[in-house]
Each structure stands twice: as structure tokens, then as C-alpha cells.
Ligand binder design. Structure first.
Ligand code: GLU
Length: 505
């Protein structure tokens, strides 16, 4: 076979917010395409108008853009195979449905929902297939004239795929190997509905994959049961030669216990299952998103990449470019991946450390503005450098650094009780004099001079430093003491010491 340009598609149905599992599917498609110099395509599968949710398509695009997964073609950017939204491709599908009818690979069925319900009630485990289609109202049981008559009189119908029973259908899956399914378990799937003049998911999906020259179908495990049907459809159309290769990704599992990760797990354990915040347009219900929760897109990408794939060694921190370099479908696991939310936080922590202080400072700015503090950017950068190792999220920076921006207005009572000794006030008064005499107020120099003084006076180092910290921070936290005082400066340090000596009783 001719070596072909890799083309993959992410083909979501716009039925709501994109679940984090869907984001992983998009990511793996992207990594695979870029690894092979191929195209990554966004196709919107919106043939089920009943389930269409306004805003969902825009949400999907915004989420993947935020994560840095750039499409080569799609509804929002066009491309050589446009249109990319199935509802804009309506006219295309009819002739493919007709071709299956002509070949006898599909048939027209008039059974009403009531008639189908009656059958289901009468026959246990009723399935519309080779064993039952002979008793139903369809073009196989009715004469040509009867069929035409019903259509002419405006009766609604569906087109069903005629699946031959008792045949082993093979699906070659890159991740799962050869999957064999007997065609008898499949039902005669509806491919087209006259009522809305639209194909169903299965038909539109296959026709579009063919027309868009898709080479690999990489999607969630929940679509594996549809794969045999898809193989049979390719065959019915005579497109076996160009059938894409399948790769069905493992499920994302609950963090604890068994089963598929759900939105309820997120609500229960307090983590988002959506990339961006989502407001349900019907109920108004708001679901949290990774972006709004303070995750860096790089961290989310890295975290998701390892949920179902690994590079074959214990490498964990990988940029998008490194992931592209290392990714392979062969290294995807068959078994489900437990959604380890704590690990997600760990990744965010790692990426905060990896980013420059300047970058983090910029992300910190909005939070500082909210607190109405206004400091020069290089000051903020220095502060960030001193405290970022203590946080998992940018929003946690304030709690670790507020004392760089404002003097304590009160002192933690518990700390006062424990750390403020009888002679603390007198000692800090002496410390004020010592500090006042220091001209080079660098952390290093302060430390040498203050420690010399403590040694000379035979004071208790711990007691002095604890009282000192209480005066400067207001509680017993923060980075190295002299790093703090070097940053806030001599004047501010002495001011805070004087206030503490005066205020703490
Ligand atoms: N529209 C399907 C979905 O919502 C696409 C499945 C596939 O990739 O074939 O996931």
C-alpha cells in the first residue's frame, strides 16, 4: 500500500461540556498526528438534533485551544475537506444511503415506535436482525409497490443496515490486537431517518472518515462495540482498502473503587472533570473546570498524556513537544487508567516550578490586583521566586507571600502565646539597633551580623528568630527570615519590629 499522510479526526458530538476523557482522546489524536507529520481534524458530529446543546462546539474549540492542541482543519478554520460540521453536510449522505439500498446491503423499514415497543414486549431480548426482520414491516417483507405507496403517502421510515448473521467480524485494533465479534450479536442498525432527513451517527461517521481520508480512528473504548458494524459498513461500501486503522483507548476510571470516571466522582471528591468551567444552558448549573481551578494547560496535558500511556520508562515531566516525540499507540494500555487527581495537583506544582518567576509573577498579578496591592513587577518576581516551591496553584501564592506586600495588622494569638517570651520585646529592641547599623542589607550579610550579635549576647537563637518572624509575618510561616527582610527592606523591617514591640503584650 502507498504510504499515506496520516490524518486523524477528533469527532465530538456537541451534547454538552467536553468531558476530561474526551480531552484525552483529542490529545492522543493530536500527539499521534504530529508524531507522524499528519493532520489533526475537528469534525463536529451533530446529526442527533435531539441531543444538540448550544455552545458545546464553541466550548470544545476553546478548551482545546487553551491546551495548545491546534487543529489543521475544522469547523472553525475550514480546510480542504470542508464542511466539517455534519449538519452542514446533509446533502452528502443521501447518495451513500441510496447506494447501500441499491446493493441490497440496506433496507427500508416502516415500523412505528409503537410497533417496535409491542415487539419488545412480546419477544424477550428482541433485536431487529436476521432472526426477526422477516416479521417486520420493511422492504424485505413488503412488495416494491407497497413500499413506494407508503413512501408516497408520506409515511416516515428508516433505512436499516442488513447484517448477515453468523459471521466472525474481525476488528484490528492497534491497542487491543485482533478483536473478533460474531455478527449475530449485532442488530440491523438504523443508518438514516426520513423524519429529519438525516443519517445517524454510524453512517455519517463512516462516510465522513472515508471522504476526509482519515487513516486512523483513535477514540474511547466505549466505541469498541460499534467497530464491527463499522468494519461491515466499510465492506458494504467497497472501501475496505482505505479503511482507517482503529485504536480504542482505555477508559478513565474512578480515583477509587471500580467503574468509569463520572462527573459525580468529581463533585464528590472535589475535582473538575471538565477542562473549562461549563454553564449548562438549560439548568444553569455550573460545573468547575481545570482552567478556572488554576491549572496550567501544560500540567493538564502532561497529566492526561500519562493516563493510559507511558513512554516506557519512568519519565513523568514532558512538554508537548517531548510527548509528540515519544508518543506511540502501541504503548497505550488496554486496561483502564485510574484517575489520580492528586497526581494532577503534583503536575501543576511541577509546572509552576518549571516556569520562570517572571511568568508566574504575571499570572499572580490579577490576584494581587484583587487584594489592591500595587508593587513593581521585579519585586513580585523576587517574591514568587522565594515562595513558589510551597504552592500547587498560583492562587495559593497569596497565602504564602502576603507579608511581602503588607505589614501584619494582628498577630496570631497561638503563636504569640508560644513564641513571645518575657524578654522578647527587649531583645527585639536591641535587634532594631543592630539592624539599623547594617548598611549592606542583603540576606547573607544580615544573617552574619545578627547571628554574631546573638552569639555575643548568648541569647537563644530560636527564641529571637521566632519573635522576629512573628513581628515581620504575624504568624510562624514563610521562607527564610533574612530573605524576607532583605526583600521588604531595612526601613519596613524596623517599622514592623517597632510595631510588634509596642503592640504585642
Ligand atoms: N461522535 C462520536 C463521539 O461523540 C465519535 C466517535 C468516533 O470517534 O468515532 O465520540
Amino acid at each position: 500500500m502507498m504510504s499515506q499522510k496520516v490524518r486523524v479526526r477528533f469527532a465530538p458530538s456537541p451534547t454538552g461540556a467536553l468531558h476530561i476523557g474526551g480531552v484525552r482522546t483529542a490529545l492522543y489524536n493530536y500527539l499521534f498526528a504530529k508524531k507522524h507529520g499528519g493532520d489533526f481534524i475537528l469534525r463536529i458530529e451533530d446529526t442527533d438534533s435531539q441531543r444538540f446543546v448550544p455552545g458545546a462546539e464553541e466550548y470544545i474549540i476553546e478548551a482545546l485551544t487553551w491546551l495548545g492542541l491546534k487543529f489543521d482543519e475544522g469547523t472553525h478554520i475550514g480546510g480542504g475537506y470542508a464542511p466539517y460540521r455534519q449538519s452542514d453536510r446533509k446533502e452528502i449522505y443521501k447518495k451513500y444511503v441510496d447506494s447501500l439500498l441499491e446493493k441490497g446491503a440496506a433496507y427500508i423499514a416502516f415500523d412505528t415506535p409503537e410497533e417496535l415497543d409491542a415487539k419488545r414486549a412480546a419477544i424477550a431480548n428482541f433485536q431487529y436482525d436476521a432472526s426477526t426482520r422477516g416479521e417486520m414491516r420493511n422492504s424485505l417483507t413488503l412488495s416494491k409497490d407497497e413500499v413506494q405507496g407508503l413512501i408516497d403517502r408520506g409515511n416516515q421510515y428508516v433505512v436499516r443496515f442488513k447484517i448477515e448473521p453468523n459471521e466472525d467480524v474481525l476488528v484490528n485494533d492497534i491497542i487491543r490486537g485482533e478483536v473478533k465479534i460474531n455478527s449475530s450479536v449485532l442488530d440491523d442498525k438504523v443508518l438514516y431517518k426520513s423524519a429529519d432527513n438525516l443519517p445517524t451517527y454510524h453512517l455519517a461517521n463512516i462516510v465522513d472518515d472515508h471522504l476526509m481520508e482519515i487513516t486512523h480512528v483513535i477514540r474511547g473504548e466505549e466505541w469498541l462495540p460499534s467497530a464491527p458494524l463499522h468494519v461491515l459498513l466499510y465492506r458494504a461500501f467497497g472501501w475496505e482498502e482505505t479503511m482507517p486503522q482503529f485504536a480504542h483507548l482505555p477508559l478513565l476510571l474512578k480515583p477509587e473503587g471500580n467503574g468509569k470516571l463520572s462527573k459525580r466522582d468529581g463533585d464528590r471528591l472535589g475535582f473538575p472533570v471538565f477542562p473549562l468551567e461549563w454553564k449548562d444552558p438549560k439548568t444553569g448549573e455550573i460545573s468547575s473546570g481545570y482552567r478556572e481551578s488554576g491549572y496550567l494547560p501544560e500540567a493538564v496535558v502532561n497529566f492526561l498524556a500519562l493516563l493510559g500511556w507511558n513512554p516506557g520508562n519512568d519519565l513523568e515531566i514532558m512538554s508537548l513537544d517531548e510527548l509528540i516525540e515519544l508518543f506511540s499507540l502501541e504503548r497505550c494500555s488496554k486496561s483502564g487508567a485510574k484517575f489520580d487527581y492528586e497526581k494532577g495537583k503534583w503536575f501543576n506544582h511541577q509546572y509552576i516550578q518549571k516556569k520562570s518567576d517572571a511568568e508566574i509573577a504575571k499570572l499572580y498579578l490579577p490576584y494581587l490586583r484583587e487584594k489592591e496591592v500595587d508593587f513593581p513587577l521585579d519585586y513580585i518576581e523576587t517574591v514568587v521566586g522565594l515562595v513558589k516551591e510551597r504552592v500547587n496553584f498560583v492562587k495559593e501564592l497569596w497565602d504564602q507571600s502576603f507579608f511581602f506586600f503588607e505589614a501584619p495588622t494582628s498577630y496570631d494569638e497561638k503563636v504569640v502565646k508560644k513564641r513571645w517570651k518575657e524578654d522578647s520585646a527587649a531583645q527585639l529592641n536591641e535587634l532594631i539597633v543592630v539592624l539599623n547599623n547594617i548598611s549592606d542589607f542583603s540576606a547573607h550579610n544580615q544573617e552574619i551580623i545578627v547571628k554574631d550579635w546573638i552569639e555575643l549576647k548568648e541569647y537563644h537563637l530560636g527564641n529571637i528568630m521566632n519573635a522576629f518572624r512573628l513581628a515581620i509575618v504575624g504568624e510562624s510561616k514563610g521562607p527564610h527570615m533574612f530573605d524576607i527582610t532583605a526583600v521588604i527592606g531595612k526601613e519596613e523591617t524596623i517599622k514592623r519590629l517597632e510595631k510588634a514591640v509596642h503592640d504585642i503584650k
